[in-house]
Design a binder for this molecule. Structure first.
Ligand code: HEC
Ligand code: HEC
Ligand code: HEC
Length: 129
């Protein structure tokens, strides 16, 4: 006679092990990145806002950065404009990273989720947090 109890227990453990990766992946895929806006630069603003709408920025921040770089490097046009009474330049370090000084909890959180590597920091200085 074989032991029914042991076979059933064995089957349950086996099923648990083969389905574990599925549960694990589901968990991972559903944990969307939540970029944090909790920085001194943003807290100081009377009306927290980006250089463009959040929707626009989500989809187009890379293009905007390229436009800024071309404008500065090719045309010598540095001034961007005024947001919430503060004058800004078209600058990755001085402007984007002034407000988004929490690079790890903002830029990096999205980029590692999307598996994008950004080489800008080879030359531009990143905030050390
Ligand atoms: C004056 C402060 C300020 C500056 C400068 C600024 N941001 Fe923002 N940014 C914000 C705020 C505040 C939000 C959230 C806006 C909202 O939710 O309406 C935001 C939102 C964003 C988002 C969307 C985040 C999300 O949750 O999906 C991206 C991407 C972004 N910014 C990138 C940049 C980049 C790149 C630059 C430079 C080109 C930049 N920001 C410059 C304050 C700023
Ligand atoms: C809401 C999520 C999100 C946030 C926040 C965000 N990014 Fe991105 N970023 C992306 C995604 C997604 C891509 C890849 C887009 C693509 O390839 O079309 C990207 C691409 C880029 C690229 C182009 C990289 C390349 O080589 O193609 C740059 C530059 C960049 N991000 C800069 C920044 C900076 C600087 C910040 C922080 C101030 C930031 N991003 C914040 C989602 C985000
Ligand atoms: C090989 C070095 C190098 C790399 C890599 C690099 N840059 Fe630059 N970038 C420069 C130099 C040099 C300037 C000119 C600095 C100046 O005149 O203020 C500049 C200027 C800029 C400017 C305008 C000035 C400012 O203060 O920001 C922007 C915007 C910019 N780069 C964005 C980017 C982005 C976005 C990336 C990544 C996709 C990137 N750069 C990668 C070297 C680099």
């Amino acid at each position: 006679m074989y032991d029914k109890g042991k076979i059933i227990a064995g089957l349950i453990i086996f099923l648990g092990l083969v389905t574990l990766p599925f549960f694990y992946n589901k968990e991972k895929a559903s944990s969307k990145p939540e970029p944090s806006l909790d920085t001194p630069g943003i807290q100081q603003m009377s009306q927290p806002q980006c250089v463009k709408s959040a929707d626009f920025m989500r989809a187009n921040h890379m293009k905007l950065l390229n436009e800024w770089r071309d404008s500065v490097v090719r045309d010598g046009q540095r001034a961007y404009g005024i947001i919430d009474d503060v004058k800004y330049d078209k600058s990755l370090q001085k402007t984007c990273m002034h407000c988004h000084s929490n690079k790890k909890a903002f830029c990096d959180r999205c980029h590692s989720y999307a598996n994008v590597s950004v080489y800008c920091w080879d030359c531009h200085i990143e905030p050390d947090n």
